[in-house]
Ligand binder design. Structure first.
Ligand code: NAI
Length: 345
């Protein structure tokens, strides 16, 4: 009998010295042992070729598909063939899993829903507090040779300000506890959770997004990317925000319309933005993001809110354990089942 094949399409942890190095798959080998064949997606020395024909070739005959930022498509599933048993997303967000397609094909899919709550809530707080205290303009001015306490503007006392959280799941709740400590009031907008949950976290639920936008001094996004939330924060939404308010997005790039955001920054509708995520992943690849990146009131990071040594080690081990369980047919009750339960929204 041939060994089961597992394709990791685009694992970031496999890239050492610019190229994927199979010797770095130590955790995966440890969990899966020598009897499982590990296959990795093609890479051109700068990036994984996630949509290339070579990816389809490597998918042929696999038993398990593990994706990081690769989009699951009909083509990829067709290339994998009938032996494909399970799809695993190395991460929390499932927008690239194509849950509707997987459900249609009866393919179970899993994510790692809770490995980086600490990291994302800390990173959100870092972006938010950098904005509140104007750390980036201060840094730029001082290393540029000028000592000026007013560079970047005069901050406001956060203890008189209101924090607004959109999406009150695992990360939104951790943000309420951590970042909420700096603010006098925490508002929550999440149409899928009850008011009592917010109150249990010292926050107040509001009924509409507009209400939250109109009352918050810093708005932070923690909802998933779905057809309903795509461009949730567009020019019209930004018009509802307070002129001195900040926007933070460490959820998904497509939640925010880049052109609307630039108009809001340039027109002074809002005071600044902290962004960890963009669409496309690298904002330099889309000219609509260029003026946002160049704006002095913006602080950005490269979709790495989830990252820490501990989180990476944990997600790798948990993915490998999911793969092993799937290969052994032990999937009943595993944490992280995405299809069919979450596919509807
Ligand atoms: P979760 O599933 O625990 O919570 C998401 C919450 O959003 C749920 O309570 C849901 O009811 C709510 N929601 C859904 N639609 C909404 C809408 N239209 N308006 C307001 N709320 C809505 O997910 P978790 O773990 O809190 O993660 C949230 C998102 O953060 C993920 O979907 C992922 O896209 C993103 N993420 C980003 C990371 C990064 O490195 N930047 C790392 C991990 C997650």
């Amino acid at each position: 009998m041939s060994r089961p094949r597992v394709l990791y399409t685009d694992p970031p942890w496999l890239v050492g010295d610019g190229r994927p190095d199979p010797a770095l798959a130590t955790v995966e080998r440890d969990v899966l042992g020598p009897d499982v064949e590990l296959v990795f997606g093609p890479h051109d020395g700068t990036k994984y070729l996630t949509t290339d024909a070579q990816m389809l070739e490597r998918a042929a005959g696999i038993d398990v598909l593990v994706v990081y930022r690769t989009q699951v498509t009909e083509e990829l599933l067709d290339a994998a063939g009938k032996g494909l048993r399970v799809v695993v997303r190395q991460g929390v967000g499932v927008d690239n899993l194509n849950a509707a397609l997987l459900t249609e094909r009866g393919l179970p899919a899993y994510n790692v829903p809770d490995y980086c709550v600490d990291e994302v809530s800390t990173h959100t707080a870092a972006l938010a507090l950098a904005l509140e205290r104007q750390v980036v303009p201060q840094h730029r001015t001082l290393v540029g040779g000028t000592f000026d306490i007013y560079a970047g503007g005069t901050p406001h006392r956060t203890n008189r300000r209101t924090l607004g959280i959109v999406g009150f799941g695992r990360i939104g709740r951790a943000v309420a506890r951590r970042l909420g400590a700096f603010y006098s009031r925490v508002l929550v907008y999440d149409p899928y959770v009850g008011r009592d949950l917010a109150e249990g976290y010292g926050a107040l639920a509001v009924d509409t997004l507009e209400e939250l936008l109109a009352q918050s001094d810093l708005v932070t996004l923690h909802c998933p990317l779905t057809p309903e939330t795509e461009s949730l924060i567009d020019a019209a939404a930004l018009r509802h925000m307070k002129p001195g308010a900040y926007l933070v997005n460490a959820a998904r790039g497509k939640l925010v319309d880049p052109q609307g955001l630039y108009r809001a920054l340039d027109g002074g509708w809002i005071a600044g933005a902290g962004l960890d995520v963009f669409s496309p992943e690298n904002p330099h690849q889309d000219p609509r993001w260029h003026p946002v990146l160049a704006h002095p009131s913006v602080v950005v990071t490269s979709h790495r809110a989830f990252l820490s040594e501990e989180a990476e080690a944990s997600s790798r081990r948990r993915v490998a354990e999911l793969v092993r369980a799937a290969l052994e047919g032990r999937t009943h009750g595993l944490v992280g089942r995405v299809t069919p339960p979450d596919s509807g929204r």
